[in-house]
Design a protein. Structure first.
Length: 310
C-alpha cells in the first residue's frame, strides 16, 4: 500500500512516519517543508501548502493520503490577519490537496482535525454528533476544511476519515503540555493544586495507533472519530502524574480555580485559564464500537514514555 503523509517532520508526523516505515507492506512518501536527511524512506519537498500547491508528482500511485500538516500557530510578529493565515493553509491547502488526490485516484483521505471543532470547554463529553462550536480561528479553519472535504467526498466518492484529537502528549511535545513538563522539570511552584476539572488527552502512540487502524478498516470510511486515552484527569492529577513520571516533586499550591480564573481574566489570559481550569472531555465510544479499537497504552504509560531514555 502506497501512503502519502504530510507534516512528516512534525510532532505527530515523525512518529507516524517511523511506524509506517516499519511496516513491510507500506510504501511511504513523506512530505516535508524543506530538504531533510531522511534516507529511510522517500520524501517530497513542498515549501508551502495553499490553494496553488501542485501535488501531481507526489500523488502518483498513492492509495491513501494522511494529511497531518497544518498551520497551528500564528506568531506575534506575523502582522497578517490570523484568520486569513489559517485558512490559506488549513482550508484552501487541504481542499486543494484532497481534490487533486481524488483526481489522482487516491482511495482514502485521512484528515487530522482538532477537538476544537467541537468546542474548547464542556459539561458532558463531546461526541462526533455534536453541533460544532469552534471557539478560535484555528478551530474554525479546521471545521471549514472538514466541510470542504465532505463536499469533495460527495462529488468524487473518495473515502474520507476525519480524526479530532484533544491535547496530544508525548516526548518533546510542543504547546501547553510541553510548557507544563518544563515547569515541573524546573521545580517551578504552580498554583494548580486544587483544580477539579476533567480533561481528555491522547498519548502520541495512541493517536498513531488510531490513525493506522483507519488506513484500511472498512468501517472507517466516511466517518468522524474523536481520539482519546479513555481516561480523563483533572489538571491537578495530570501535573502530579507528570511529576511522578519525570521523577520530580510536584510543587502545587492549592488555590481555588475561581480565584485563578478571575486573575487570568483581569490579565487578559482568560483563554489560557480555560484550558487549564475548564473541563474538556471526549467520548471515544464510536471508535471502540465501530472499529473495535482500544487505546493500546494507558495514561500512566504514555506519561512514562515522555521521559523514557529507551
Amino acid at each position: 500500500m502506497n501512503i502519502l503523509l504530510t507534516g512528516a517532520t512534525g510532532f505527530l508526523g515523525r512518529q507516524l512516519a517511523k511506524y509506517l516505515h516499519s511496516k513491510p507492506h507500506v510504501g511511504l512518501t513523506a512530505v516535508v517543508r524543506r530538504s531533510v536527511d531522511i534516507s529511510a524512506f522517500q520524501t517530497r519537498e513542498v515549501q508551502r501548502i495553499n490553494a496553488n500547491t501542485d501535488w501531481s508528482e507526489a500523488l502518483i500511485n498513492q492509495q491513501v493520503v494522511i494529511h497531518a500538516a497544518a498551520r497551528a500557530h500564528i506568531m506575534k510578529e506575523d502582522l497578517a490577519d490570523p484568520v486569513v493565515e489559517y485558512r490559506q493553509v488549513n482550508v484552501d491547502g487541504t481542499v486543494n490537496l484532497a481534490r487533486q488526490a481524488a483526481e489522482a485516484g487516491v482511495r482514502r483521505f485521512i484528515f487530522i482535525s482538532s477537538i476544537g471543532v467541537n468546542g474548547n470547554i464542556n459539561i458532558k463529553p463531546f461526541t462526533e454528533d455534536d453541533t460544532p462550536k469552534p471557539a478560535d480561528p484555528y478551530a474554525q479553519s479546521k471545521l471549514e476544511a472538514e466541510q470542504g472535504l465532505w463536499e469533495i467526498q460527495h462529488e468524487t466518492g473518495m473515502e474520507l476519515v476525519v480524526i479530532r484529537p484533544p491535547l496530544v502528549y508525548g516526548p518533546n511535545a510542543p504547546g501547553n503540555f510541553g510548557s507544563l513538563t518544563r515547569w515541573i522539570d524546573k521545580g517551578v511552584p504552580l498554583p494548580l493544586g486544587a483544580i477539579q476539572n476533567q480533561r481528555s488527552l491522547v498519548a502520541l502512540d495512541n493517536l498513531v495507533d488510531l490513525i493506522i487502524t483507519c488506513i484500511d478498516h472498512p468501517a472507517a470510511a466516511n466517518q468522524v472519530f474523536l481520539a482519546g486515552d479513555g481516561q480523563d484527569l483533572s489538571t491537578t492529577e495530570l501535573l502530579r502524574s507528570v511529576a511522578r513520571a519525570a521523577g520530580k516533586p510536584s510543587r502545587l499550591i492549592p488555590i481555588p480555580s475561581s480565584l485563578l480564573m478571575l486573575a487570568a481574566t483581569l490579565l487578559g489570559k482568560k483563554a489560557v485559564a480555560q484550558r487549564l481550569l475548564g473541563s474538556l472531555q471526549v467520548d471515544i465510544s464510536k471508535a471502540r464500537d465501530l472499529l473495535e479499537w482500544e487505546p493500546p497504552i494507558s495514561v500512566e504509560e504514555g506519561l512514562r514514555r515522555c521521559f523514557s531514555k529507551d
